[in-house]
Ligand binder design. Structure first.
Ligand code: SF4
Length: 472
């Protein structure tokens, strides 16, 4: 076992097992991991003033920062272990290399120092101590805050070391045993490289957490009440279920009805029309004389939107290839320029509504308007032009899907992205690559991806319009 398995184990036992024994062909490349690596290197490099080198030789030479280095050792009861410290930082002391020693350091995204960071540091220190022949009292957690490098010192006391030893024993037992069950908290799965593999099994076994709106708490409540899988849920009486869902208070019957219908749709593959008031009829009226489709690409950690994409749709009958798509890139040093372009474009067709999927697009434009000192009335009128198709589709339909994300819904409608295995995170990965290499190919990929996102949104709008009169 190694430090990567320990990291996975603190998130999901099954992930640690799959990383160790799973068939690699079932694993999907994760842009999150790659983005993490890039961020990590940049911040470590800044922390060590650029003096970062790789491997054992770098330790012997006494460089300030050392990466890319593995140490094998024996933990206890003949358990072989391997550490892969994210970074070793030179400090005062005495080691086998001379008048200095190294401390382990980890990178942290966000504010919270978690078990994952503490365990990694403690595990690394255990093998590093005997390797460098010097005691390690503390480790470092390195992050950025307000564009400055922040360092937190973690004392690696006996209590923490003991705890980690216990976790390592459990990890060892897990890796030797059968594959653990899928985690109850499926939110963890969204950025996991084994998601596709686990999703297939969850669907086959009828996991309740596959039903949109059912999290780990609701799933265990249902299981305690004898509703153990999606099949049972689909055939359950809505009224009886409502009586059992008192945690949802006044909404219990409404929730019960949605859960049962969602399970029925999921199993049958058939969508269910729920709209009481005809939302889609309103949509048709609003977009009749033309509209924009709008989609942004963002770096949520830096709260930076790096691309705004607009598709001009004069009417539905225009051929897709003839529609005009306008990408506006937003470089940090020229925000004003991009903001002006966006506002000019939006006001060149003042009456046109702006269709988007999810809430971030509207928030982003309102923030721009505020930054440009728009009056309250102007912001209000601009904001009233935005129509969120994600909200609209959820109000009108129960779809036979696990979630209502843009990719899931438009894939179900038959839409295909030009580039394979793409996602918002992959676009962010390309953006990071562009910043490092300045290679235009990455910008082209991002723009193609965003253009496809706009067309996917258009396909959902068409579905809502086409099926607006449908009755069950
Ligand atoms: S997809 Fe979910 S259950 Fe499967 S390994 Fe990853 S986090 Fe665990």
């Amino acid at each position: 076992m190694n430090s990567l398995h320990l990291k996975s184990f603190t998130r999901c036992k099954r992930k640690a097992w799959l990383d160790f024994k799973g068939k690699k062909s079932y694993e999907v490349w994760s842009p999150h991991k790659a983005i993490d690596k890039i961020n990590q290197f940049q911040i470590f490099s800044e922390f060590c003033n650029g003096e970062i080198y790789t491997g054992l030789k770098a330790c012997e030479n006494g460089y300030q920062g050392v990466i890319g280095f593995k140490i094998k050792g024996n933990l206890f009861q003949n358990i072989n272990a391997e550490i892969r410290p994210q970074l070793l930082v030179k400090t005062k002391g005495q080691s086998k290399w001379g008048q200095y020693k190294y401390l382990p350091a980890v990178y942290k995204l966000g504010h919270k120092t978690t078990k994952e960071h503490l365990f990694d540091l403690a595990f690394c220190s255990m093998l590093l101590e005997s390797f460098q022949e010097s005691k390690i009292e503390k480790g470092l957690v390195i992050s950025t805050f307000d564009k400055k490098v922040k360092v937190e010192e973690i004392y690696l006391n006996k209590k923490l070391r003991k705890k980690v030893l216990n976790v390592l024993l459990n990890l060892n037992e897990c890796l030797e045993g059968p594959i653990p069950a899928i985690t109850q908290d499926r939110k963890k799965c969204t950025i996991c490289s084994w998601q596709k593999f686990c999703d297939e099994e969850a669907k086959e076994k009828g996991y309740l957490t596959d039903i949109d709106g059912i999290g780990s708490k609701t799933a265990s409540l249902l299981i305690t009440n004898g509703i153990s899988d999606t099949q049972k849920l689909a055939s359950y009486s809505e009224k009886k279920l409502g009586e059992k869902l008192s945690i949802f208070k006044d909404q219990k019957y409404e929730k019960a009805s949605i859960f049962v219908k969602q399970a029925q749709a999921y199993i049958s593959g058939e969508p269910y029309f729920i709209s009481k008031k005809n939302n889609s009829e309103d949509l048709l009226e609003k977009i009749y004389s033309g509209f924009y489709i709008f989609d942004i690409e963002s770096n949520p950690d830096e709260k930076h939107d790096f691309l705004y994409g607009f598709l001009n749709v004069n009417n539905f009958s225009i051929k897709k290839e003839d529609l005009i798509y306008k990408p506006i890139l937003n470089f940090k040093n020229n925000k004003g320029g991009s903001y002006r372009q966006i506002i000019e474009l939006l006001f060149s067709q003042k009456e046109w509504p702006v269709l988007h999927y999810g809430e971030t697009e509207k928030i982003s434009i309102i923030n721009i308007a505020k930054e440009l000192n728009f009056s309250f009335e102007e912001i209000d009128s601009l904001s009233s032009r935005f129509i969120d198709l994600h909200t609209l589709i959820r109000k009108s339909w129960i779809l036979p899907l696990k979630n209502y994300g843009l990719k899931t819904v438009s894939n179900w409608l038959g839409f295909e992205w030009m580039q394979k295995n793409v996602s918002g995170s992959k676009a962010l990965y390309w953006w990071k690559q562009y910043q490092i290499t300045e290679n235009q190919i990455f910008l082209k990929k991002i723009i193609q991806y965003n253009k496809d996102d706009c067309f996917a949104t258009l396909q959902i709008a068409e579905y809502l319009i086409k099926n607006r009169l449908k009755k069950n």
